[in-house]
Write a protein that binds this ligand. Structure first.
Ligand code: CA
Length: 226
C-alpha cells in the first residue's frame, strides 16, 4: 500500500508518514498543493491524505483538479476546520472521508485502512463465521436467525466486522461510532457492547466478540481447530 501525504506542516506530515510506515505502508510527502498535484498525477497511490489548507494550491482545488483528471484515488481530507458545513463541503469536493485536526494516530490509521478497504469492490455483506451483516439491507443474522439491532449497535457491529481480528480500543470505538474526539468518561461503549453481545453472541456455542481487558474489544473468527 502506498499513500501520498499532502501537508505543509512538516512535523505533522512526518508524524503521519512514520505512523503509516509503522504499519507497513509506503508513504511519500508533498509540502504544498502544486507539488502534491504533480506527484499525485505522476505516481499511482492507493490513498491520498490531503490537508485542505495548503500553500500554492489549496486542498479543495487540488481535489477538484484530481477528479477532473479522472484520478479516482480515495482521499482522506484533513483539516483544522471542524464544522458540519466544512465537513459537507469537503465531501462534495470529492473526498471520501474527513479527519479533523488534532487527531489521534489510531484514528488516522483506522480511517486510512477503511479508505483502502472501500477501494476494493464493494460488497454489501460482511460475514464472520455464522454472523452475517448486510450493510445495504441493514440487517443482521446469526446462524440464520435475524437479530434486531439499534442503529448504534449496528454501526458498532459493522465496525468490529470490518476490523475482524483487530483489537479496537474504547477510544477508537467512541470516535468511530459516536464521533467523540475525547474520552467521554462514560461507560457508553460497555453498555452498547453488552446489548450487542446479548443479541448476537449470547446463547451461541462460540462467542465472536471478545473483551481485551483494559483495552477494548475484538471480533474474532473462531479457531478452525477447536
Ligand atoms: Ca496546512
Amino acid at each position: 500500500m502506498r499513500v501520498l501525504i499532502i501537508e505543509d506542516e512538516k512535523r505533522v506530515a512526518s508524524f503521519m508518514r512514520r505512523s503509516l510506515l509503522e504499519i507497513g505502508y509506503a508513504a511519500d510527502c508533498a509540502y504544498d498543493g502544486e507539488e502534491g498535484l504533480k506527484i499525485a498525477q505522476g505516481t499511482p497511490y492507493d490513498a491520498i491524505i490531503l490537508d485542505l489548507m495548503l500553500p500554492k494550491l489549496d486542498g479543495s482545488a487540488l481535489l477538484k483538479t484530481l477528479r477532473k483528471l479522472g484520478i479516482a484515488t480515495p482521499v482522506l481530507a484533513v483539516t483544522a476546520k471542524g464544522t458540519v458545513h466544512d465537513r459537507v463541503a469537503g465531501l462534495n469536493h470529492g473526498c471520501d472521508d474527513y479527519l479533523v485536526k488534532p487527531f489521534a494516530v489510531a484514528e488516522l490509521i483506522a480511517r486510512v485502512r477503511s479508505l483502502l478497504r472501500r477501494r476494493t469492490p464493494k460488497t454489501s455483506t460482511l460475514q464472520v463465521a455464522d454472523l452475517v451483516l448486510d450493510t445495504t439491507a441493514r440487517c443482521v443474522t446469526r446462524a440464520g436467525k435475524p437479530a434486531t439491532l439499534t442503529a448504534k449497535e449496528f454501526s458498532l457491529l459493522e465496525y468490529l466486522m470490518r476490523n475482524v481480528g483487530q483489537t479496537l480500543t474504547r477510544t477508537m470505538i467512541e470516535q468511530h461510532v459516536w464521533n467523540y474526539n475525547f474520552d467521554s468518561g462514560t461507560n457508553l461503549v460497555e453498555v452498547h457492547m453488552s446489548h450487542l453481545r446479548s443479541k448476537v453472541d449470547r446463547g451461541y456455542p462460540t462467542q465472536l466478540i471478545q473483551t481485551v481487558h483494559g483495552i477494548g474489544y475484538v471480533l474474532k473468527e473462531p479457531d478452525r481447530d477447536s
